[in-house]
Design a protein around this ligand. Structure first.
Ligand SMILES: *Cc1c(COP(=O)(O)O)cnc(C)c1O
Length: 428
């Protein structure tokens, strides 16, 4: 699953004791494992090898340049959703022919930057956006490749905030309107409509919604081919789950077993497949380290008040998401066998793990079974690599956490902790 494990009572990331990282760079701090990033990239590539897909890592899941450089060196492409992410992907050295760009609200300057870079694919989300891309491309004497993001109206059965492939969401174009879209725009000489794009939601914890969405996309492609259009790319999107709890989510090979047979005939006949995994690459490759500042009881509740809260990791309060939390040095008898809501060992207490901010919604976990917490304990929040730092905020004037990348026995600070001067640097 990943390269975070307890040895002799202490949590290690690869060959590094995380307590040493905390002692050196302080807390809160994100710690990423380069080995885990590489392993998840390899598993995805191997699972889908029969399709020889272009794997475009989703930058928004964790966009630190150190992470992007690690994945770029492995041959990964990048899926970006803004001009800022395009800038990051380019700064990390990702070749433009491996970059795809989705997003419902692309501005003119963002479209121009994508055209100038010469990226692989612009994933188009509306008729007006397509017309705008075509206009900008014509004005610059440029051509670009576009895929139409279709909304297949498939329920991924995940949180409503991360459901993107049902009709009532803002993403893509209704699948019924796709043929008319191609008839209107499929022969534009500047914005060349060469493919279809899907991204149904995240995390999608069963394979079935992919089967439904891909089946619909392939049927649409057949119709478009009969109508005389080129549909040489199918971007299947991301959304593959991560192991927030040990062994509860499908692996890359499980998704592949369901999806690959559907696509193989078309791929043999020349269709190019793009995948956009984010969470399944980065989530288990990162933890958040936070230190318990105080422990207090109030009524029947025990609070472990930490130096990280919703500012550092928004997912628990925003999505009601579960992250396994455990002390980095849990003491004898408390080594966790698996990451679960119910560790089922004697001596645990029920704790609310909360942050320092002035908000009742500022928590990392509620009603959590933990070894008795003490002031000064170092806690690890697991599976925090994706949508952790990338969603962090400076609420309450909290400087953003440091980020550290571990590779083998060594670690590198890939983003220094922000200072108070950083907090006010843009203000006049
Ligand atoms: C967010 C996003 C992804 C990545 O989703 P994950 O769940 O992190 O795999 C892929 N494609 C698009 C268009 C996205 O918006």
């Amino acid at each position: 699953m990943d390269h975070f494990s307890y040895e002799h009572g202490a949590l290690r990331c690869e060959g590094v004791a995380v307590a040493d990282v905390a002692a050196t760079v302080g807390t809160p701090c994100y710690v990423y494992s380069a080995g885990t990033l590489a392993e998840h990239h390899r598993r995805t590539r191997d699972a889908f090898a029969a399709l020889d897909p272009l794997i475009c890592y989703s930058v928004k899941s964790c966009g630190n340049l150190g992470v992007l450089r690690t994945l770029t060196a492995l041959g990964s492409g990048m899926d970006v959703v803004s001009g800022g992410e395009l800038f990051r992907a380019r700064a990390a050295g990702c070749p433009p022919e491996r970059i795809v760009y989705a997003g419902v609200g692309k501005r003119d300057d963002e479209i121009a930057a994508a055209l100038d870079a010469g990226i692989h694919l612009l994933n188009v989300e509306s008729e007006q956006e397509f017309e705008n891309i075509a206009r900008i491309a014509r004005g610059r004497g440029a051509t670009c490749r576009c895929a139409l993001r279709i909304n297949p109206d498939v329920d991924p059965r995940t949180h409503r905030f991360t459901t993107t492939g049902t009709k009532e969401t803002k993403f893509g174009v209704d699948i019924e309107r796709a043929r008319a879209f191609f008839r209107a725009h499929g022969r534009d000489p500047h914005a060349r409509l060469v493919g279809l794009h899907l991204h149904i939601g995240s995390p999608v914890t069963s394979t079935d919604p992919y089967v439904q969405a891909v089946t619909k996309a392939l049927a649409l492609r057949e119709e478009l081919l009969r109508d005389g259009f080129e549909v040489s790319v199918l971007d299947v999107g991301g959304g593959f789950a991560a192991d927030y709890e040990t062994g509860r989510s499908p692996a890359a090979s499980d998704y592949a077993r369901a999806i690959v047979p559907l696509l193989e005939p078309a791929v043999r006949a020349g269709l190019r497949i793009v995948l956009e995994p984010g969470r399944s690459i980065a989530a288990n490759a990162g933890i958040l380290l936070t230190r318990v500042q105080y422990v207090k009881t109030s009524g029947d509740r025990t609070f472990a008040i930490c130096d990280a809260g919703m500012n550092a990791l928004l997912r628990p309060s925003h999505y009601d998401a579960f992250h396994f939390i455990w002390p980095a040095a849990p003491g004898p008898g408390f080594a966790p066998h698996e990451r679960t809501r119910e560790p089922g060992m004697p001596g645990l207490v029920t704790v609310d793990v909360v942050g320092p901010l002035c908000e009742t919604g500022d928590y990392l976990a509620l009603d959590r079974r933990l070894p008795p917490p003490a002031r000064g304990d170092l806690l690890a929040v697991f599976t925090a690599g994706a949508y952790g730092m990338s969603m962090a905020s400076r609420y309450n004037s909290s400087p953003l956490p440091a980020e550290v990348l571990v590779s083998g026995e060594a670690f590198t600070v890939v983003r220094r902790r922000e200072t108070y001067e950083d907090l006010v640097a843009h203000e006049r």
